[in-house]
Design a protein around this ligand. Structure first.
Ligand code: AMP
Ligand code: ZN
Length: 144
């Protein structure tokens, strides 16, 4: 009886550790009621243009340029303001992904804009960090 209980306890501990490790290692830490987490898990549809194990990219629902793509990490963090040292690689990955998509879409030589709206004054409306990739027209600076 004791052996069976011990076995079940070990099994439970093993599965708990295994799934916890997988959750964090897959960068799939989700936040409830987050629009972009729901796009990642497919609850809300999107037109995906790219995905890998760190990020997904999809067309913005309200495009501000001929091409307007959002590149978002699978891991939920609210904004650049909430990014930590541990997000360095993810942030670099998002930028390199945006650059690769711009090359693939054929407007990288003409140029494009990458935007990271942060908090209220920065115009952020969805609090799951995202990189806007805008291309296919001339942009002015400074932006409004
Ligand atoms: P921001 O204002 O920087 O937080 O950007 C949020 C962006 O998400 C806006 O450009 C919206 O048009 C876009 N957006 C909101 N809902 C969706 C959706 N369901 N699918 C695609 N893009 C969306
Ligand atoms: Zn989220």
């Amino acid at each position: 009886m004791f052996a069976a209980g011990h076995f079940l306890f070990c099994l439970f501990t093993f599965y708990f550790c295994f799934f916890t490790f997988r959750l964090y290692n897959n960068h799939s830490v989700m936040s409830e009621n987050c629009l972009f987490c729901k796009i990642i898990d497919g609850t809300i549809p999107s037109a995906r243009v790219f995905e890998d194990d760190v990020c997904i990219a999809f067309n913005d629902i309200s495009p501000q340029a001929p091409t307007h793509i959002l590149v978002i990490p699978r891991e939920h963090f609210d904004s650049l303001d909430k990014a930590e040292t541990g997000h360095k690689e993810t942030l670099g990955h998002l930028l390199l992904t945006a650059a690769a998509i711009a090359r693939e879409k054929g407007f990288s030589e003409d140029g494009y804009r990458v935007v990271l709206n942060t908090n209220a004054d920065g115009g952020q409306t969805v609090f799951h960090l995202h990189v806007h990739l805008l291309g296919g027209r001339q942009f002015i600076f400074p932006p409004g």
